[in-house]
Design a protein around this ligand. Structure first.
Ligand code: NAP
Length: 301
């Protein structure tokens, strides 16, 4: 059959490795669809069976039980609300876990990921933990970044199948790493968004529309992002010479931010937080050093 006449993927054209998806919420359905689209024999199971109907019509095999679903494929992808749900679901799976590889894409903390690796490993399962840095509509495209951590050989074995989901990043053998990177990435996302909203609220008081400010904000965020590798080297060396500006100079600018926010009548919590952290570092004698010296404040509980 040449390319012009090739049929769309249907159960009869499925040729990829068998894959099971447990949990068919918004994300789980997107994951299952991506496996189907890539030609994998895809077995699905969901607590509320009706959510499997559309996928079954698209070619997925509906398992009647979790045990059947686990036995259908060497690789099972989990995508549930949280780790309580994962333990509820697999807590009684027992021998059905032996020899299977679980890829848990449920969101949670690094400690929950390590606990799950220990628990399911104790039942003879191989275990990779993961975090999805994407929304369901982009799953199956390169835009969907899927972070994974756990034993490298298990990642290597299942990488070809998992690649159907998007762009994979294996971060290391510690199963908690994917969750930690996820937390770091989300912190970055909310920090940038909150900083942008602060500026937007400030400029609105002078009649500047959010759409006018957005390109300037984007340029600032991109420019600052360019400083990160050099600043990271200072953190790695533990040495923070003020090559560009000293922290005490930055702290004086932070006073201006607070003054602007207060006089404009907008929220001043964010600039006050910046200033409070800088002041603590300055009180410890770090005012003459460069901004990344604040890592010492972030390292504290
Ligand atoms: P969702 O639509 O609320 O689906 C939750 C799924 O968990 C459903 O299949 C639900 O089954 C199942 N579930 C919950 N408790 C269960 C239990 N005790 N036993 C068995 N199944 C149980 O959530 P979602 O959007 O798919 O998100 C799933 C995971 O992906 C979450 O950890 C989320 O943080 C992560 N994630 C989501 C997105 C996103 O944009 N949606 C992005 C990144 C990461 P029922 O259908 O029977 O209720």
């Amino acid at each position: 059959m040449n390319d012009d006449t090739e049929a769309p993927v249907t159960p009869s054209t499925v040729s990829g490795a068998p894959v099971t998806v447990l949990g068919l919420g918004l994300m789980g359905q997107a994951l299952a669809r991506a496996f189907l689209a890539a030609g994998h024999r895809t077995t699905v199971w969901n607590r509320t069976p009706a959510k499997a109907e559309a996928l079954a019509a698209e070619g997925a095999y509906r398992a009647a039980t979790v045990t059947e679903a686990l036995g259908a494929s060497p690789l099972t992808v989990l995508c549930l609300t949280d780790y309580h749900a994962v333990h509820d679901l697999l807590g009684t799976a027992g021998p059905a876990l032996s020899g299977t590889t679980l890829v848990n894409l449920t969101s949670g903390s690094s400690d929950r990921a390590r606990e799950a690796a220990d628990r399911f490993g104790g039942h003879g399962a191989r275990y990779l933990d993961g975090a999805i840095m994407a929304v369901p509509p982009v799953i199956g495209t390169a835009e969907a970044v899927v972070l994974l951590s756990g034993p490298q050989p298990d990642f290597a074995t299942h990488e070809p199948a998992l690649a159907a989901l998007g762009t994979l990043a294996h971060l290391g053998t510690d199963p908690g790493l994917a969750s930690l990177y996820d937390a770091a990435g989300l912190t970055m996302m909310w920090a940038v968004l909150n900083a942008w909203l602060q500026g937007t609220a400030l400029l609105e008081t002078a009649g500047v529309d959010a759409t006018v400010y957005a390109p300037f904000a984007q340029q600032m965020a991109t420019g600052v992002a360019g400083w990160l590798p050099g600043y990271a080297e200072q953190i790695a060396r533990g040495s923070f010479p003020a090559e560009v500006a000293a922290l005490e100079t930055d702290a004086r600018s932070m006073d201006h931010l607070i003054e602007e926010a207060v006089s404009a009548g907008v929220n001043a919590e964010l600039p006050r937080l910046f200033k409070a952290m800088a002041d603590r570092a300055i009180a410890r004698g770090r005012g003459g050093e460069q901004y990344p010296v604040l890592i010492e404040e972030f390292r504290k509980p």
